[in-house]
Design a protein around this ligand. Sequence first.
Ligand SMILES: [Zn+2]
Length: 241
Amino acid sequence: MRDTSKLPRNDVQNGRKVQDMQKNEPSLPDLTDYDLSRYIACHECDLLIHLPERLDVYTQVCCPRCSAKQFTVRKSPIDKTLAYALTALVLLSIAVSFPFLRIEASGIENSISLVQSPLTLFNEGYGMIATIVMLCVIALPAAYLLCLLLLLIPLFRGKSARASLVYAKLIDGMLPWIMVDVFVIGVLVALIKLIETADIILGTAFWAYIAFAAVFIGINTIVSKRQLWFWVVNAGKANAN
Ligand SMILES: [Zn+2]
């Protein structure tokens, strides 16, 4: 309710009654009257942008006030994301199953796998770093891809996905902790240093993880917060039917 004690005195002096003023004021719109899926808030300036009813494929939506890019309309994002997610899971499985690299120095040869590297760190007393490496490089990317599959497979088949909101929240929550690209850059920098002192033979897992990182980055270009929300809304509609 409006606090009339804070109204300026000259309103009353000008002969306008408070009740009349309230009657003349436009009432606040009821949010249920609007299709909220057709509104987005600009991530740069918070302007509420009303989307047109139809958006052609590859249309790039930008903020009319600050020109910040909001999103690009993609063709069949479910099919593409499913294909990418399955490919990424296969590549990650290869990366954890085969030797990552082999080092030869002074006649001694040693090979290491992707899973062995955090275990070695743990045995050396770096438990915290080992846990972070295991989580950010292997466990969370795998969990992210599984949640994505659980969200999208029912939508692809036109069936309901009851836990879609939970999967979407998990996907969005896990992403900041996944450091696939950081790991790849770190490995490449370490290899440049090691190559001066030892012979390095890159294993199957190394190439598989590089390919996995590239596919994973491709997935992230599609799976935005907005895209996740639209998938959740579509899953809700499937539930209603
Ligand atoms: Zn803006």
